[in-house]
Design a protein. Structure first.
Length: 246
């Protein structure tokens, strides 16, 4: 039976809702998370800020390829939301050296163990703002709408009536990266994540964490959800390969 979803908690003091997400110590998903910043949000903000401050078009930073006419993206708000999520990550997930680790075995250096002692890909409970998740969701919607309005394949007709198909830069070039980033961040809390978050909470574990049979069953169910989200837009084979590591 699927674990029951629960509503987000309210953060004390700020008045905003917060929620706990389980994020994987997995270079493959973290690559998408960081490229959402490096390829999309940071360049968009740099181009937007330069033009807002009157920098001459000849020397202002260029818009990311294919995003020159993108609408519906609030560059400062979206970049700030990403930055706050990034700041909430544990130090190990903020170390970009992890992106270059062996993606075929992200459990290799972990301290999380199955009941039989097998190493597991570490998961980290991270408290993030619901407002920030919604802001990143708006990035996804803007990219999807832009991909539909400005396709990456253009068909033109030659004088003889034959068709010529060629590719152009488009918001669709960023769609997979943004979809996978937001899909994992959107995995709503449920009974499984509650159980795992408690077991993996900082300060409550020894250097090695051995899951009980019940916790491991929750880990496996969550891994099913994670694989579907982290492989959004990719083939069933890619999803199966990702899932096999967990």
């Amino acid at each position: 039976m699927p674990a029951a979803l629960r509503p987000p908690a309210r953060s004390a003091g700020s008045g905003g809702a917060t929620t706990v997400r389980l994020l994987p110590q997995d270079p493959e998903w973290l690559w998408d998370f960081y490229m959402t910043h490096d390829l999309l949000l940071a360049p968009c903000h740099a181009a937007w800020a330069a033009r807002r401050h009157g920098v001459d078009e000849d020397i202002a930073p260029a818009w990311p390829p294919g995003l020159e006419n993108l609408t519906g993206l609030n560059a400062p708000a979206c970049l700030d939301a990403w930055a706050r999520v990034h700041h909430a990550l544990p130090r190990v997930l903020r170390d970009r050296a992890l992106l270059h680790d062996d993606r075929t075995d992200p459990a290799r250096r972990g301290t999380l163990r199955a009941p039989d002692g097998r190493p597991l890909v570490p998961l980290h409970p991270v408290t993030v703002s619901e407002d920030d998740l919604r802001a990143l969701g708006r990035v996804r919607r803007a990219i999807r709408a832009g991909a539909e309005a400005m396709p990456s394949l253009v068909v033109s007709r030659r004088p003889d009536g034959s068709a010529d198909v060629h590719g152009v830069a488009s918001p669709g070039d960023y769609r997979g990266t943004v979809d996978r980033t937001v899909a994992v961040l959107s995995l709503a809390p449920d009974d499984d994540t509650d159980m795992l978050a408690e077991a993996l909470a900082p300060g409550t574990t020894t250097p090695r964490t051995d899951l009980s049979d019940e916790q491991y069953a929750a880990y496996r169910r969550f891994a099913d959800r994670l694989a579907a989200a982290a492989m959004t837009g990719r083939s069933g084979g890619d999803r199966a390969l990702f899932r096999s590591r967990y």
